[in-house]
Every structure is written in C-alpha cells, then in structure tokens.
Design a protein around this ligand. Sequence first.
Ligand code: ARG
Length: 272
Amino acid sequence: MGLVRNVGRRLNRYSGWMKRLSAALLLVLASISCSAGAASVAEVKKKGTLVLGTDPTFAPFEFKGSDGQVQGFDIDIARAVAHDLGVRLEIRPVGFGALMPQAVTSGRVDVAMSGITITPERATVVTFSQPYYRSAQVFIVRSGNPGKFTWPADVKGKTVGVQANTTGQYAAEQTLKPRGATIKVYDDFAAGLADVRSGRIAALIGDAPTVNDLKKRLPGQFDKAGAVLVAEDYGMVFRKGSDLAAAANRTLARLKRSGEYQKLLNKWIVQK
Ligand code: ARG
C-alpha cells in the first residue's frame, strides 16, 4: 500500500512538473514566433525595419539589376510604405514557392510583394492590401509560334509550362488540363523559358507585364499567343488581420493622389 501511495504521489508530482514545463515551453514558443516577424504597425515601428519578402526573378516588379541590387515597381512601392511608417526597408529574397504564403504566415517577413495575385483562397490565410496593379495570365511561345499554340481553340496534346504555386498553375490545372493539355510545373520560371526556347514545351503561362518586359529585353525571342487566360489584380500580402494592410492602403492612396504612382508605372512598366 505504502509503496503504491508513494509511486502515486511521485507520479502526481511528476505530472504537475510536466504541466509547468509545457506551459513554460508554450510561452517560449509563442514569444519566438512573435519576435520572428512583426504582425502590427507598432511592432514594425519598434524594430525600425519593414522586412519585405520577394522573389526577385520577376522583372519589372522585382529583379536584380546589373549592380546586384533588388529593384522594381514593387520595391519602390514597399519603400514608400516603409517611408510612411518611418522605418527602413529590408529586402529578403525568398523563392515564390516558400513566399506564398508560408514566409508571411510564419512571420519570417512583415510583407510580401512579388506580383502576387489576390485570390479568395489566399485571402483565407493572409490579409491583402487594396489591389495595386491590374494584370493577367497569358501564354508565352517561341517567336513565330512554331508549335502553333492557340488558346482557347486548341490545347489538346500540347504541353504547357507553369511556375509552381502560381495562379498560372491553378488556372492551367482547372481549364487546360480538362481539355487535354499536359501541364509541366517549374520551380524556376527561367527554366520554363529555356524549354519554350528549345521547343520542349508548346507554351509557358506567365504574367502579362513580365512577358512584355521579356519581349523588350530579349527582342525576337518570344511572343504572346492566344487569348488572355485570366485577368487578375496584384496585392501586398500581410499576416492575417495585420493593421499593416491599412497602413499600406494609406500609402497607395497617397501615391495615387500625388501622381507618384503614375510616375512609377512610367518608370518600370512596358506599355504595349
Ligand atoms: N501573379 C502570379 C501569382 O500570384 C505569379 C507571381 C509570381 N511572382 C514571382 N515573383 N515569381 O501567383
């Protein structure tokens, strides 16, 4: 009996100790996940930096210039948001697959900008700013369209490339696959472009302004083909419920009012 009581007491003591330990662990974990990234205007102001997550392979929105610096339309807008908050902008390159939405939801970055399309599915896990750019998904083919790719007339038996985790991939799977196209998924957009150039795939789906930019930078290599697949809007991405979204909206409104937004369009985006 004595032994049983003794063991029972010890077990009780042990489980009380375990409870205190796990409560302490939870507290530590919670404070780590808070300090990993700021969810609010107050936290960003306190640390004095706004951390921007971006995949800088997407000219003219974000790309590395010849000096190695990340620049583009999105970067200038993020700089204006940081300026209005009175903090420094820190740019953190993240591959698109990890950026949307994990880098934001985990708090690794305070905001993501990367030509990111606003969708209802994404809006269930993150908070978007107001739309800041009207875009579309289009088809890129080798100059002259030797594979005779057309949309929507015929995609049956054609292989079409998409970048992983993008709205181009979602649209392709929803509308091209049922019509008999094969979808090839690339982590890296540049690898898809190389396959268009070599004729390994009939077309690659990309965002219209980036395709216009490509055509200008690499004349005679690529064309757009077929109709627009889907129109969409870009937004800045924040942790769910963050008041940073409202701050960003105020900056967007200021840029539009002052004419700076139009200047940025003229500076970065190829009008076609
Ligand atoms: N607009 C598309 C999307 O949100 C593609 C964005 C890709 N951006 C990039 N930096 N690679 O899914």
